[in-house]
Structure formats: C-alpha cells, structure tokens
Design a binder for this molecule. Structure first.
Ligand code: SF4
Ligand code: SF4
Ligand code: FES
Length: 272
C-alpha cells in the first residue's frame, strides 16, 4: 500500500480523499489553499490563521481540518502558520502555460525573485525548473519564509517545494534571524509534551545519543502525535551536538495506538 504511514508523506489518493482538496471547479477560479494534513494530530493553528473562516477543525483538536473552498481567497495567510508545513496555495490559472505554487521554505539562504530553481515534489525529488515569483519573509510569518514558484501547469499537483540552495552563509543568516526574533532556548521543540530546546540540549549533555535516550529523559516524542512533529528537529539537534550523521540516528520505536482511541473502544464497544 502507498500510505503516509509507510512512506512518511501522503499519497495523492490520501490527499484527494480528505476534506481539504479543492474541486476542479474551484481551481478554475484561481489561487486556493490545498491542505495536505491527513492525520488526526492535536493541532489547529490553521483554523485561527484563516480570517475568512475557510478552515474548520471543530471541537476536538485532533479533528482533521476541513477546507471550505468557497470561502478561501487564496490569500496564503495560513501557509506559514502550519507547524506541519502541510498547507500550499495552488493557482492553476497563473497564466496560459504556468501554474503558481506557494509553499513554506525553512532553509537558508533564500532565493531571489526571478531566480530559476529546482522545483521538487513531496519526496524532495526534482520534477522541473521553477521561477521564483515571490519570497515572503515578513515578520508576520515568524521565521517561516513563504515562496511562490511559477512552474509548468502539468506539475501543479506535484510540485510542493524547491531544492534548498547552497548553504554557504546559512549559519550566519540563521543566527541573525534568531537574534532578531528573540528565539531562545525556551522554544518548545515537542509541542505535545511541552519540552523546550534547553531540555533537549540538557538530555544530550547528560549522555543521550539516541531519540529513545532523549525520550526517556524528557518525554519528548511521547505525546499524542507520537513524535511526528518533533522527532525531525530532535534528530537535527542530536546531529549538531554529537557530530553524528542523520543515518546513524536510530528511528524511535513506534507503538500503538497510532491515533487517539477512546476507552469505550479499548473496552470492546465497537459502536463507539
Ligand atoms: S489561503 Fe487565506 S482564505 Fe484560504 S484557507 Fe488560507 S488563510 Fe484562509
Ligand atoms: S498540521 Fe497544519 S493543516 Fe494540519 S491541523 Fe495543524 S496547522 Fe492545520
Ligand atoms: S510534538 Fe508530539 S510528541 Fe513531540
């Protein structure tokens, strides 16, 4: 089977099957949000970010978002607010031959408007060339830059990012951004368990050299999302502090249940 649980990215079928994929009729009217959030995780900033009421999570924070396509103006305000980097703006009608795809881009250095870059799909593989038509790193985006590329129309459903550029000046730029925004060691790395960057660093200094070691010391990764949000960041912190490469960091042990399950179901009431 071709699913997010096996591949770590959603398949076209999974995306098309959730309540967030606009209809062909809506795509014909220009820019619209495409929300590729298909798992029941405790998260809802997208709902608050949309001032047009086009995203609905509802009463339970683990509900998947629902896109009300007729209310979506394609403004893009939700893109940088999604911690899962799961929201894109697609304009299939950008011009006769090209579509425009907008996505979050958390790598430095940033491209320049007019620059030709490699456009990549959900797996990070290059699918075509794209021209940067907008680089939005306004303060409102809180350090998540939002890039818009013009790409050949036929790749509008495929392109979801760009290949990261040469990292020569990245470290200095990153420090500059952190200084500007006051990003500190109090930054929450594991949202579910509210574990800070400093606590992760302390665990590594205490001798943790694996995700499991950090989990045992801090609970990071034990929350409702089972580490889907935080493990990648923690891996990078481990690499940065220990000199290990990412392929040497063992994946964490995944244990069921993989989504919230009510007591009634565990107790055998299949109707719940
Ligand atoms: S693109 Fe704008 S209108 Fe559409 S869902 Fe996002 S914030 Fe709402
Ligand atoms: S991961 Fe993004 S799209 Fe999904 S619920 Fe959270 S903010 Fe919304
Ligand atoms: S953010 Fe969910 S377990 Fe860490």
């Amino acid at each position: 089977m071709n699913t997010i649980l096996q591949n770590a990215y959603p398949s076209i079928e999974e995306i098309a099957g959730c309540n967030c994929f606009p209809s062909d009729e809506r795509f014909l009217r220009g820019s619209v949000a495409v929300i590729e959030c298909i798992q029941e995780i405790p998260c809802n900033p997208c709902e608050a970010a949309c001032k047009h009421g086009a995203i609905e999570i509802g009463n339970s924070i683990t509900n998947r978002p629902v896109l009300k396509e007729d209310l979506c103006t394609g403004c893009g305000a939700c893109v940088s607010k999604c911690p899962g980097l799961a929201i894109f703006i697609v304009n299939r009608e950008y011009n006769e031959k090209e579509a425009a795809v907008t996505f979050p881009h958390e790598y430095l250095p940033l491209p320049k408007k007019g620059q030709e870059v490699d456009a990549v799909n959900r797996t990070g593989n290059i699918v075509c060339k794209g021209i940067v038509i907008q680089v939005n790193n306004s303060a409102n985006n809180d350090c998540t830059t939002v890039i818009t590329l013009a790409i050949p129309k036929e790749y509008a459903n495929e392109v979801r990012g760009m290949k990261r550029l040469d990292r020569e000046d990245a470290k200095a730029l990153h420090e500059c951004i952190c200084n500007k925004t006051g990003n500190t060691d109090d930054t929450i790395v594991c949202r579910c368990e509210e574990v800070t960057s400093q606590q992760i660093k302390d665990a590594i200094l205490d001798g943790a050299v694996s995700l499991t070691g950090i989990k045992r010391r801090t609970r990071a990764g034990m929350g409702l999302c089972q580490g889907r949000t935080c493990q990648k960041i923690i891996s990078r912190m481990l690499c940065g502090m220990t000199g290990l490469t990412e392929d040497k960091i063992d994946p964490d042990t995944a244990r069921p249940p993989v989504k919230p399950v009510s007591i009634a179901v565990l107790g055998g009431d299949e109707n719940d």
